[in-house]
Design a protein around this ligand. Sequence first.
Ligand SMILES: Cc1cc2nc3c(=O)[nH]c(=O)nc-3n(C[C@H](O)[C@H](O)[C@H](O)COP(=O)(O)OP(=O)(O)OC[C@H]3O[C@@H](n4cnc5c(N)ncnc54)[C@H](O)[C@@H]3O)c2cc1C
Length: 370
Amino acid sequence: MQIAIVGAGTSGLFLNRLLSGRKGLHTTLFEQSEKAGTKLRASGGGKANLLNTDIRPEHYNHPEFLRRLLQQADAARVQRLWESFGLLTRSDDEGRVYPLSLCAQTAVDTLLPPGMDTDIRYGCTVRELQAENGKWHLNGEAESFDKVVLCSGSPAGMIPDKRKAYNAYLHSLSLETTPLSPSLVGFRIRRYPKRLNGCRAKAEVRLLQNQREIFRETGEITFKEDGLSGIVILNASAHYNRLENKEGAYLLLDFLYARPEWSLQEHLRLHRDLSGVLHPKLHALYLQQAFDPKNFRLDIEAPYDLAFAQVCHGGIPVEKVDDTLALRGHPGVHIAGELLDIDGVCGGYNLFFACACACVIADNLCKDAH
Ligand SMILES: Cc1cc2nc3c(=O)[nH]c(=O)nc-3n(C[C@H](O)[C@H](O)[C@H](O)COP(=O)(O)OP(=O)(O)OC[C@H]3O[C@@H](n4cnc5c(N)ncnc54)[C@H](O)[C@@H]3O)c2cc1C
């Protein structure tokens, strides 16, 4: 069986590794760039947070879809597979799993080990897919494939120029993505106090809209020139994206979350200012415009551009695929990874999703080959 894999990124390489050496199966990867595994290599600040030992459906935008996928490929299975490829892994106290080397390149290397017979066509952008007599042809070429797996990801983290060729072939399948927006990204803030630029502080972060709480998590925040970043903020952005109408969404930061008994009035009565409480940059702001450090409000203007996002919210609607990730109405085509309208929060959820999809598709292609 001849299998074309569109995109040599995380899901494409993982699938290729799973199918490699399987009797009766031959894979060919088509990759638009000159390198494989670019996003995997950049993931987790170059350390690649591969998965989380506590993968839960509610950490994704379509929990029901994840519930069904997890019955076929859960975190333990994906971690075992990484180990079976020769990648030693370690998990931290929060269940985040990384290569033991703490180097994402190690993960890429285990997907492309020396001696493995891999057919990757670099610099080959797939622009068209056509079915003829039960076989698939790419870019109008005579070469034919029995199956095609779409692993072409999303344009998150890419500068606008590089986004153009992404998923260029979707029109030939009459497929459209839902609107794409940046997720796992920082926020630009309205009337932002620029003097906070460079401050880092830990806080309990709440995302609210019309006083309704949408998200709450504690973590370190990085104050930038015109807005906020940090894992807790990126996670807030995933929940912000799920709001149909984003008008009036704001963040409330509690810098004293670890001291619930603390009282602003009592502290001021005893010490006159908050210099022993707040980061100096926050304190300087407090002296200029007093605020309650348990309820510091920041109004969201917009998420930062897609170029700064780790993932895209939006993609091919999940209803377009069945539980085997086969594309409905196009026999022989499967979809894996971020190309689907699935996004998870920070902590290894997105790389896991790409690899879990590859597992499910590999299971089904192996079944079909017999
Ligand atoms: C900076 C950054 C840090 C991240 N950190 C983490 C992390 O620590 N943990 C985590 O879980 N997730 C993380 N992510 C998200 C994670 O990297 C992605 O969700 C995951 O790599 C998606 O895998 P994929 O296979 O769907 O797509 P990709 O890995 O992006 O692969 C898609 C491939 O398809 C190719 N392609 C696209 N269109 C075409 C075409 N028409 N023809 C041929 N080739 C094409 C692309 O060039 C690319 O190589 C991070 C993302 C970024 C940007």
